[in-house]
Design a protein around this ligand. Sequence first.
Ligand code: PEP
Ligand code: MN
Length: 338
Amino acid sequence: MIVILKENAPKEQVKALLAEFEAQNLTIHYSKGERSTLFGLVGDTAHIDMEKVLANDVVADVRRISEPYKAANRRMHPEDTIVEVCGRKIGAGYFSVIAGPCSVESQSQMEMVAESVKASGAAFLRGGAFKPRTSPYSFQGLEVEGLKLLSAAKKATGLPIVTEIMSENQLDEFEDVDIIQVGARNMQNFRLLKELGHCRKPILLKRGLANTIEELLMSAEYILAGGNSQVIFCERGIRTFETCIRNNLDISAIPVLKRQSHLPVIVDPSHAAGNTWMIQSLSRAAIAAGADGLMIEVHNNPPAALCDGAQSLDMPQFAALMTDLKRRVEFEGLELQG
Ligand code: PEP
Ligand code: MN
């Protein structure tokens, strides 16, 4: 971190500021030029609040030269992290597809969809039991009953389950869940992230609707800093000025996240597209750009779906998609799990 001092900054105040940094075990490299004076801070600067430093009367500017995330940073962990769940791997050349309905709706729905996506090659079953809906009058999910139906489908098919958590108070209810999803709307629910740092289950962390890649990395840092090293990023599209699609799938996020971090990255083309006809193109693009997996919404009867029917593939459509994607996954030298 570089701190640039104001011209003619009073010596006593500068000294006091330097002492503050020294007390935090940071080494100071002082450099006095003809016009400006600056110093570099060497050591663990992740905990320094830049705004607070900038608020000091003698400081003209502050710049970070290293990233504020450590545990998520590839510099600290050059090898790709592989998240392994029930014998299925995600990351470092292992590619997994998570499929299932937006919401868990009934036992027959879950049985049907789980059997079908398994036969098509999905490695994990998804389904929302607690749904974060924009309107309080929309279907909110079957809640605990939905978790039970997911568990039953897991028992029947052997597919590990992925479902969204809304609050840290629900952790006990998520005992049988294999991957806990943090939805886009909760990406910066820091209390939730902290608690998930203490649990020992993999976390699928979705990017917020209007969050930067660095903010996503910092949210992963919350979980990793708590001691949970199993985080999977999920790019699901961001809001832009574009109105003809639900969200803009940020393909660039895949190479950026993989360059900056060692954690696996999967892509959710369903919530990006908001329709079914774009899922194949977006899935192909994700594979080509280096994704470690996909999460796709599949419903037994999309027109009757209680949530996100317009973007849900029916079961034959998903089967056909998987036939196409398997060839592409193989072409990239990836090993399809499931
Ligand atoms: C979902 O996966 O069903 C979901 C609500 O996604 P997101 O948080 O990305 O909107
Ligand atoms: Mn959905």
